[in-house]
Design a protein around this ligand. Structure first.
Ligand code: CAA
Length: 385
């Protein structure tokens, strides 16, 4: 089909709690400027005891589908690297919570932070085959490193839901993209670990290799050059990474991408922390909400997933993309998060539920859905209202 395909609408969900990184810096004996300026994060999302990637993803999707409706929806793709089960997908749980018809397929995708972009490309393939179909893509993650590790300030939590459709209202994604894969042990999470293991230095060079490799592939495939891009939005494990990425790309291409667009694309990620699969799409939401004059302009989207996979997508922003109500709702969701002290954050961080005994979680979150607890080894979810 020659119809344009891309993002019809998107919605971001934040966690119930937030930790101010100034407080974390104080507790760890670090200059707060290292976090706010050095790595470029002000806050990080912290999930309540009755939240996880499923509740975050379902909340984002529910608000999205309230606007768009579900007509034509036949697929839910759930991208995460902090999934709640080794077998059952988050998609099928969200499918149930949202009361979607049984004639909607549900599956989860994984390749570290890259799975969100992989889900978007998979969705585009489905819509290309049959343009009346729509695909709900959910990217949701809770980033967890060990307490006191160098990765600790780059944790976070959040979800973005995207509706992928033909003739999209927000962003028409180009058929050509640049891809890159290389097997690297820069960041991973073994099956028996609840926190990620990371080689910080290696992860930054692996990100750089994937960025430049994907860029070169984009050029080899006949994709747009740097002068044809108004801005590039990057995967933001911490927002300074996007600054580094843009510097690498400028050096590589001889172009000079607009640093102001970089700041606009970092507005939400500075407050969410790392949201892994959702980070790039939170960056896109922030750019669309804060940059004027994008209609008809082409932007780049760089996704990186450790391990490692990179993809440089490009797309054209559609007329009427600016949605002040959506921007206000996102800001309100970020502002509404309930602050925790470092002690409260540490307690939540170390509170892990096994599957060997039945547990009921305390009622904390005010989001539309909550994780109710474990019964006979199975995780149970419910609507809060
Ligand atoms: N004031 C201002 N800036 C300061 C400062 C101060 N007082 N003290 C230090 N800084 C600056 C440093 O100069 C440095 O800046 P540059 O990188 O621009 O030189 C920055 O703060 C960070 O300082 P360090 O490099 O010393 O920080 P660190 O070693 O403690 O940890 C990290 C940094 C390696 C990124 C660590 O947070 C980490 O391991 N994070 C997780 C891994 C990660 O996110 N990697 C990114 C690529 S992988 C990926 O993208 C996938 C993913 O999502 C995980």
């Amino acid at each position: 089909s020659s119809a344009s395909i891309g993002i019809e609408d998107l919605e971001l969900a934040a966690s119930h709690h937030v930790l101010d990184l100034g407080r974390l810096a104080e507790a760890r004996g670090v200059d707060p400027a290292k976090y706010t300026r050095g790595i470029g994060l002000d806050e990080m999302g912290v999930v309540a005891a009755d939240e996880d990637v499923v509740t975050l993803g379902a909340s984002a999707a529910a608000r999205l589908l309230e606007r768009t409706g579900t007509e034509g929806l036949r697929t839910v793709l759930f991208a995460t690297e902090s999934g709640v089960d080794q077998s059952k997908s988050g998609a099928v749980i969200v499918h149930g919570l949202l009361g979607l018809p049984s004639s909607v397929r549900s599956v989860e995708l994984k390749q570290a932070c890259y799975a969100g972009a992989a889900a978007v490309q998979t969705a585009i393939g489905i819509v290309a085959r049959r343009p009346q179909e729509k695909v709900l893509v959910i990217a949701a993650d809770v980033a967890r490193y060990g307490l006191g590790t160098s990765g600790e300030p780059t944790q976070g939590a959040g979800a973005v839901a995207l509706l992928i459709a033909a003739d999209p209202a927000l962003l028409a994604i180009d058929p050509v993209s640049g891809v890159y894969s290389a097997d690297v042990d820069d960041f991973w999470r073994p099956n028996d670990s609840t926190t990620a293991l990371v080689n910080g230095r290696l992860s930054i060079s692996a990100y750089k290799n994937a960025l430049l490799g994907a860029w070169d592939d984009l050029q080899a495939q006949g994709g747009p050059g740097v002068d044809e891009l108004e801005a590039v939005v990057y995967h933001q494990p911490f927002t300074k990474m996007a600054v580094k990425a843009q510097r690498f790309l400028d050096q590589h291409t001889g172009g000079r991408l607009d640093p102001e667009a970089l700041e606009q694309g970092a507005v939400y990620d500075r407050r969410l922390g790392n949201t892994y699969t959702a980070s790039l799409w939170a960056g896109l939401a922030a750019l669309l909400d804060h940059r004027e004059g994008l209609e008809g302009r082409r932007i780049g989207l760089f996704s990186y997933g450790s391990g490692s996979a990179g993809e440089m997508l490009t797309g054209t922003v559609q007329p009427g993309y600016a949605r002040p109500e959506r921007a206000a709702a996102t800001r309100a969701a970020l502002d509404a998060r309930v602050p925790v002290t470092v002690e409260e954050y540490e307690e939540l961080h170390e509170r892990l539920l096994g599957s060997d005994e039945d547990v009921e979680t305390p009622r904390v979150t005010t989001a539309p859905f909550r994780f109710a607890g474990v019964q006979e080894g199975a995780r149970k979810y419910e609507a809060t209202a």
